[in-house]
Structure formats: C-alpha cells, structure tokens
Design a protein around this ligand. Sequence first.
Ligand code: S3P
Length: 176
Amino acid sequence: MLTSNLILIGFMGSGKSSIGRLLAQKLGYRFVDTDRLVIEGAGMDIARIFATYGETHFRDLETAALESLVGMQRQVIATGGGIVLREGNRQILGQLGWVVGLLANAAVTFKRVSRNTKRPLLHTEDPRGTITRMIAERGSLYENTARFVVDTSVLTPEQIVGIILQKAEELGPALP
Ligand code: S3P
C-alpha cells in the first residue's frame, strides 16, 4: 500500500491543487499546498509578497514551507510552479515521497490561469507568450524531478487521479 507522501509539481495551471485535493480525499491523506503555507505564514498574498519583498524573498519562504513538511507522512503536497527552480528544493521533494509531474499544453494553461490574476510572474504584456516561454524553460526540470508525468490537458480530474494512484501503487511504498 502507498505510504509516505505524494507530491505534485508542475507549471501554474497544471492542476496541482484541484488534483491534489481529490487525491488526498481518495487516500485519506492530509492535503497541503506550499503556496497556502507561504500566504498564511506571511499574512499576505503572493502578489503582495513579490511586490513588497521581491521574488527571492518569496523563494526563501517557499523553501521554508517545503522544509516544514519533512518528517511528516500521509500528505498530498501541491507545490508552487517554481519550486523546482532550486536544487535544494528538488532534493527535499525527492526525500518527501513520490514526486508526480503534471503538465498541460500552453493553450490550456493560458485558459486556466486567465481565470485569476493572482500570479505575479504572469503580469506581463503578453501572458500567453510568457507561459509558452516559461513552460519551455522549465520543462526538463519538471520531467527530471518527477518519477512520472501526467498530461492533464484533456483528461478529467477523475481519470488523472486514477492514473496517478495506479502508477504510485506500481512504484510501491515511498519511505524516505
Ligand atoms: C509560481 C507559481 C505559483 C506561485 C508563484 C510563483 C511560479 O504557484 O508559487 O506565483 O514560479 O511558477 P502555482 O503554480 O500554484 O500557480
């Protein structure tokens, strides 16, 4: 049976939070979202953290949030899209449990993220172009950090959860 933690990585809008919630419900695990931990810890939303203290400070808070999850089990952890940027974070992710990559094509991503304006890195003249460029830049980081990757562009949440549970089961227990 699956033990330890399941961690979801992937670009903004790849479905980490919604799939993560469903997965946690199915497994009876706790659901945690590193963005949420950062927001609660800082007492302000991410756009304000970026605007007030800058991205590096946000990344430090993000790393601290990730570190706070080490040693706990039975968690489904949704992460911020940039968590893979730091080598140290990538190591922690691997220690926490099975890392699952979610990806979606640029058109689907744009459609999903246009619904809210809370992502400072997409506050550009050309968000669609920014998304395409960032997905290309980060793609190999997601692929190399994840044990397996699921494309969420066309599948239903239930189908995606089914695939993840089956693959995680095949991999076996992920005890750090
Ligand atoms: C970021 C993704 C966001 C959030 C922040 C930076 C990124 O999280 O952590 O705006 O660098 O990709 P989501 O992936 O949950 O949108």
